[in-house]
Design a protein around this ligand. Structure first.
Ligand code: 5GP
Length: 188
């Protein structure tokens, strides 16, 4: 998506270890106009699917997910990183965090993710696909069906995209980064 690619090149910052910071328009300060345009583009790319729920993981997936959910007119469910003592009918999985270098539990209530759900996962970044794999596990535990996975930014030099597409999942990314070597952003 042209607008997003231009914004990554003008405002994105590389950090050692292959981290791209987009804190002035996605991950800290947010640009709602661009976020809405990105959501519209994701909705267009998944228009061939019947989707009745959007799912994401807190916190950075919530903004794009809620925009997508608003356009599709469906509820948005976010997996929680702190397991609440009061959650009923809880489904739990483990996710390894690329940016934090450790695993954590994420959960959703089976009251909100059930076998009739046809879900679209939306997240800010796709790197090694660990968050995505955690969501696949939760969707499977619930007996729901996964219609697709949409990302704002895919780091094409990490393994997640190939792995998810290799499983036959419909994956869409609005910008793909081919390399962050030498702290230079190379887009596909
Ligand atoms: P994955 O689970 O695919 O390995 O990593 C994706 C998750 O890690 C995303 O939810 C995102 O929050 C975070 N992430 C991975 N790489 C980056 C990055 O380069 N920059 C930022 N801002 N977040 C990242």
């Amino acid at each position: 998506m042209k607008q997003l690619k231009e914004r990554i090149l003008s405002d994105g910052k590389c950090f050692p270890g292959g981290i791209l910071k987009v804190d002035n328009f996605i991950n800290h300060q947010m640009d709602p106009i661009l976020m809405r345009e990105m959501a519209k583009e994701l909705v267009k790319r998944f228009s061939g699917h019947q989707i009745n729920k959007v799912i994401t993981i807190e916190a950075s997936g919530i903004a794009p997910a809620i925009m997508v959910g608003a356009i599709l007119d469906v509820p948005v469910l976010f997996a929680k990183k702190k397991v609440p003592s009061t959650m009923e009918n809880m489904l739990v999985t483990e996710v390894f965090s690329f940016t934090k270098g450790r695993s954590y539990s994420v959960c959703v209530s089976g009251d909100y993710l059930c076998k009739d759900d046809k879900v679209l996962f939306v997240d800010d970044f796709l790197a090694n696909g660990n968050a995505a794999k955690g969501i696949i596990d939760l969707v499977n535990q619930a007996g729901a069906s996964l219609e697709g996975m949409g990302f704002l930014i895919e780091k094409g030099f990490q393994t997640g995209g190939d792995e998810l597409r290799g499983r036959g999942i419909h994956v869409e990314s609005l910008a793909i980064i081919d390399s962050l070597d030498n702290c230079t952003i190379k887009l596909r």
